[in-house]
Design a protein around this ligand. Structure first.
Ligand code: CTP
Length: 438
């Protein structure tokens, strides 16, 4: 090894002790198999940057599946095996996941007759990865625990904040890496190195991707749009000439125009606004960004996008229905001269947070933006004071009309027509008199 630095101190300083112990266990079990074991990739990169990363990618020089079985058993985790790739995933309680891969010398540029598993090599495994900063490993076997394996001067690139491929065919091998380059560049405020950028531009010029039917394109796009601030990454994709590949139907967006940029900023803002208010609520930022990008397009264009990138049915349904519902609601509310809370509630009730934040970002009318804000912060949480049991107590016969009555109570409440229980009872007496057979 050209450079050999030991990171065990850094590891005990930066990682929680259960993680350090887990890494030690992996090394001990590897010794029993007489394998070398390493933690690789993003975990090592982030450790050197002193940033938390709990995704463990392990590479062993030996039979990764047999190793994973043993480790899974030892840790009491579930093991999912991918025989064809010699990989396995161990799922532990608390969302902890360990990916295990087998380092193999087999490589398509070499004669096919080469023996495979016997001639394992961590070096070749690392060489096949996307960028130098992701191509470091830390050995885990007890005798060498913490030894940094850096064949490609990755530490230097990390210092220089440079994103560099390991070889010229990297984007030919895997064009989805272009999205990764941009994602890392913007996330970490690094720079795609000059030669690497030239390779990207060449790949784009050669129309390397052609079809987008490799599902990893969508996976990477989603990851990019889920980053803290996706706008600069989108701008970079545009600048690298990737928009015609991403959304060939969106002629006005082939370059980022002023309105498009404005919408992206608004999207970023509406997400930040929501996050501040509802820290723990779950939502998917990529959906909001995609809706924004497609805001001036028809449903057909969005559906074409979903086909082109082979989106899972669940995602496709969500995107299409949020667009339809949000665009309808916006249209409906814009046409009204005066907005009652109940109008807003009815217009938005079917929307998820993603569709609401999209609407907040792209609506041209201030009233619509304000309506979303009111709905998200207060209206959607409201409920009548009376419930089904109360209706029974009041003498109403349980049945389907209860739904209608509770709904009427809610809308009355939203519009300020009722505030106390007595108001609600009086409201029922007026609109659903008991003598009517209710
Ligand atoms: N990798 C690659 N080419 C790809 C995807 C992944 O070479 N197209 C390699 C990289 O070495 C990467 C590792 O596989 O570090 C794990 O991939 P992933 O978990 O996607 O990347 P991370 O670097 O861990 O990124 P993140 O911080 O976003 O999790």
């Amino acid at each position: 090894l050209e450079r050999s630095r030991n990171l065990s101190h850094l590891m005990s300083g930066c990682l929680s002790s259960p993680i350090v112990e887990l890494l030690q266990t992996i090394g001990t079990i590897a010794d029993q198999f007489l394998f070398n074991a390493f933690v690789v990739g993003g975990f090592v990169r982030d450790l050197l940057l002193r940033k938390a990363n709990i995704d463990l990618d392990i590479v062993v020089e030996g039979d990764g599946i047999a190793f994973a079985r043993k480790l899974g058993q030892h840790l009491g985790g579930r093991v999912r095996e991918h025989e064809r790739f010699g990989t396995a995933t161990i799922i532990l309680p608390q969302d902890l996941k360990i990916d295990i891969a087998t380092a193999r010398l087999e490589y398509y540029e070499y004669p096919a007759a080469l023996p495979t598993v016997e001639l394992s090599s961590i070096k070749l495994d690392l060489y096949r990865r996307d960028f130098t900063i992701n191509a470091m490993a830390i050995q885990l076997n007890p005798e060498h625990f913490g030894r940094l394996v850096d064949f490609f001067n990755s530490q230097n690139d990390l210092k220089q904040m440079a994103i560099k491929v390991l070889h010229n065919l990297s984007f030919v091998d895997d064009p989805t890496r272009i999205f990764r380059a941009v994602r890392f560049e913007k996330r970490m405020d690094f720079t795609i190195a000059r030669h690497t950028e030239r390779l990207i531009r060449n790949a784009v010029k050669m129309n390397l991707f052609g079809k987008a039917d490799d599902p990893r394109f969508f996976t990477e796009l989603k990851l990019l749009l889920n980053e803290e601030n996706a706008s600069p990454a989108l701008e970079r994709l545009a600048e690298l000439g990737l928009f015609p590949f991403l959304w060939p139907d969106l002629k006005p967006h082939l370059s980022i125009d002023r309105r498009f940029r404005h919408c992206l900023v608004q999207t970023q803002r509406s997400i930040a606004w929501f996050k501040l208010l509802y820290l723990t609520d779950r939502y998917e930022p990529w959906i909001i960004y995609l809706l924004t990008i497609m805001s001036r397009s028809s449903m057909t264009v969005l559906a074409n996008f979903c086909d082109r990138f082979q989106l899972p049915q669940r995602n496709r349904t969500m995107l299409l229905s949020e667009k339809q519902l949000a665009d309808n609601a916006s249209h409906h509310l814009s046409a009204r001269s005066e907005l009652k809370n109940s109008d807003i509630f009815v217009a938005f009730r079917e929307l998820h947070i993603e569709g609401l934040l999209y609407l907040m970002a792209v609506a041209r009318k201030t009233e619509v933006k304000k309506a979303v804000s009111a709905y998200v912060t207060t209206l959607r949480h409201q409920a009548p004071l009376l419930n089904g049991d109360d209706l029974k107590q009041l003498g109403y016969r349980p049945g389907p009309p209860f739904k209608k009555m509770l709904e009427a109570l809610l809308l009355a409440r939203l519009d300020g027509l009722t505030s106390t229980r007595d108001d609600e009872i009086a409201f029922l007496n007026d609109y659903f008199p008991l003598s009517d057979g209710h």
